[in-house]
Design a protein around this ligand. Sequence first.
Ligand code: ADP
Length: 531
Amino acid sequence: VQNARLHDEEKRSREFLNSVVGDTSDPIIITSQDRTILLWNSGAEELYGYSESETLGRKIDFIVPEDDARQKGIVGRVTAEGVPVTYETRRRHKDGLLIPVTITLSPVQDERGAVVAIAGIHKDLSEWKRAERALQEAKEEAEAANRAKSAFLSNLNHELRSPLNVVTGLSDILRLQAPDGETSRIAQRIREAGEHMLRLIEDLLDLDRISTGKLGLQPRDAAIDPLVRAAVEARLPHLPGGFTLETDLGAEGCQVRCDPTRIRQILINLLDNAVKYSPSGGAIRVRTERSGGEVWISVKDQGIGIGPEEARLIFQRFAQLESGGAHREGGLGIGLHLVQQLLALQGGRIWVEGAKGAGSTFFFSLPLSPQAAPPAGVGNGEGALPAADGEEPWEGASVLVLEGQVPIQGYLRMLMRNAGRLLSAHTEEEGLEAARKERPDLILVDLETPQAGGLRLLRRLKSLPETRGIPAVAVSSEGPGGEKEHCQGLGVEGFVSKPIDPVAFRLEISRVLSGRREKKTPPPSLSARGG
Ligand code: ADP
């Protein structure tokens, strides 16, 4: 009687279990301790292609691939510890194909807590795996496209720099040969057009460098007002008629942590926009002020203005406003986005105020330097200020120039014409000889010399004790990047990119020479770049 009762009870509970799990769409398989299949529900039929009658009473091994070495161990763990375990594996379908699955194995215990069977809930991962693979492939494709884009931009940069170099160099020579009159004006316009093109390429390259995390900033503490003043002064000669440019610098003595070259780039961008979007000219005002732990710099114009709705859009990549279209003189819609990214990398922000038709004011902030302001002088923005007009930092100095190749041979010598003494060399040997004998105050080396003689000369100069201390500046037609780092590694104090931006050039020479005058080893950081 007792046995019959137990048998009935077991039958009832089995029927109850079957009614619960039998028809669920999730594949569920219950096996006894010796791996015999006790339950195979409709979900399992669907997933593995075997019907219930084909599987009940069989050992489960026919769906377990030979290479699933973990299975036995996991079943052992579930039995011994009495807790469920989930793992990812593969199971064989009736047609022989392996299906990726996750299986959660749970112990089925009797009333005394002994494990009498193992319930497995299987989950088909095929779709998920396919999606994962597609995602991975798409990611690899996107990465390859991105790499191709970076390589293309870097090629474009390289290919365009050489002709632009010739354009700007020759227009400078032309301007100097005919300082007054129409020729000089034409030469100036050619140079500006070349510079504009170069800035577009550099902006594109910078965006690419930011997106690939390869933009190397060189932050230092710099006095903000002199930095702003220098950028404004550099822009002043390029201001079209009908505009005035005023400064109201109220952050005297404030030092900010920034990359001064990039701050100059940001200001030039905002000043160019102020001109571009003010079709009837007007006053442009540049202000600096301290605000809490920051310095705010603003550029205010009397142009077409920006509505509040549009103000949110203009910092997005490639954003250009319809309303600005009529007055647009070109542009790619990347300037403000780049400015925003450059500021973010330096702990700053940018925003705009104003109204449609009533001019705009672009503000940007930079954090004040954490340390107490160091005295003005070498190593901060003041030290890097370009000399006042007509007074070049190399005046009175003796300068040795290793000139590059035609067609603009003589260009560096022309730039340095105010030097106290100008020596020139045409080969690596001549350069070394002159450096040893004459011990100039500065050596300027064009890296575009035949057979890489320029780079070799720098290497030799920096390895010889007698010439190592003479400050050297490399001039390269590559943008800041590999060649610059290479020169830094050699101990070369300065680096300038071609086409040469006269202000950046002056800044850099001034920095290198002031380091020398202060009898201070110049820091290995090279700050200016051309363009
Ligand atoms: P681009 O000038 O090449 O179009 P920017 O990113 O510099 O690209 O500017 C994005 C858009 O913001 C411009 O197309 C213009 O519509 C608007 N904008 C920028 N500066 C000003 C300004 N000073 N006044 C009015 N609108 C401006």
